[in-house]
Design a protein around this ligand. Structure first.
Ligand code: GRF
Length: 207
């Protein structure tokens, strides 16, 4: 894969709320993260992320299996949208679907996901949202956290880029833990991106 440019262009995939995307866009605007939010792709036409993008002048596109003829066509439409926006780095931030093979091979080692637990624990298909935090609490873990990882063709299995821990407190409800983890995500994803853009972390050494 070619080197990242000095100021990479970011392509976001988000299905729902988009708070991680907003935190990253804020870090770009504040200047701490030298990257350019380029486009948001969402499979959910009613997502808060799409509404926010429309209100904040971020190019956005709704693409779902229903809007095209097949998964292969969806994969191609994703690729076209990413190439049209000159995206260098793809950020999955709460995207509930798998990425297709065309995008995976065109953006090899250039797709990042954030997961609200310390992978490889509490990951895989069906492990998302409150299910993760409920399982962590049910197992009486004393710590959980955040994982930023490269994306491959399975759920949550790509090489780990970085992890940050948060405590699990004895009286935590899943909602308490979710809030603590999410606050950490909002800081940590941008921190990882800053280290990637500066060259301190080389994604090609990981994948
Ligand atoms: C985050 O908890 C992230 O770890 C997971 O999905 C959630 C997305 O939240 N992959 P938001 O849409 O960024 O608010």
């Amino acid at each position: 894969m070619t080197l990242l440019p000095q100021r990479p262009r970011l392509g976001f995939f988000v299905s729902h709320r988009g708070s991680n995307m907003r935190a990253i866009v804020s870090a770009c605007k504040a200047g701490g993260l030298n990257a350019e939010p380029a486009v948001l792709i969402s499979n959910n036409r009613n997502s808060a992320a799409l509404v926010w993008a429309a209100e904040n002048d971020l190019a956005h596109i709704h693409l779902s299996p229903k809007s095209v003829s097949s998964e292969e066509a969806l994969d191609q439409a994703h690729l076209d949208a990413l190439l049209n926006a000159n995206v260098d780095l793809i950020i999955l931030a709460g995207y509930m679907r798998k990425i297709g093979t065309k995008v995976l091979s065109a953006f090899s080692n250039r797709i990042l996901n954030i997961h609200p637990a310390l992978l490889p624990m509490y990951g895989g298909q069906g492990m998302y949202g409150s299910r993760v935090h409920k399982a962590v609490i049910a197992n009486r873990e004393t710590e959980s956290g955040v994982t930023v990882h490269l994306v491959d063709d399975d759920y949550d299995t790509g090489a780990v880029v970085g992890q940050a821990k948060v405590p699990v407190l004895p009286a935590d409800t899943p909602e308490d833990l979710a809030a603590r983890v999410l606050a950490q995500e909002h800081l940590f994803f941008s921190e990882m991106l800053i280290r990637i853009v500066s060259g301190e972390i080389n994604l090609d050494d990981l994948g």
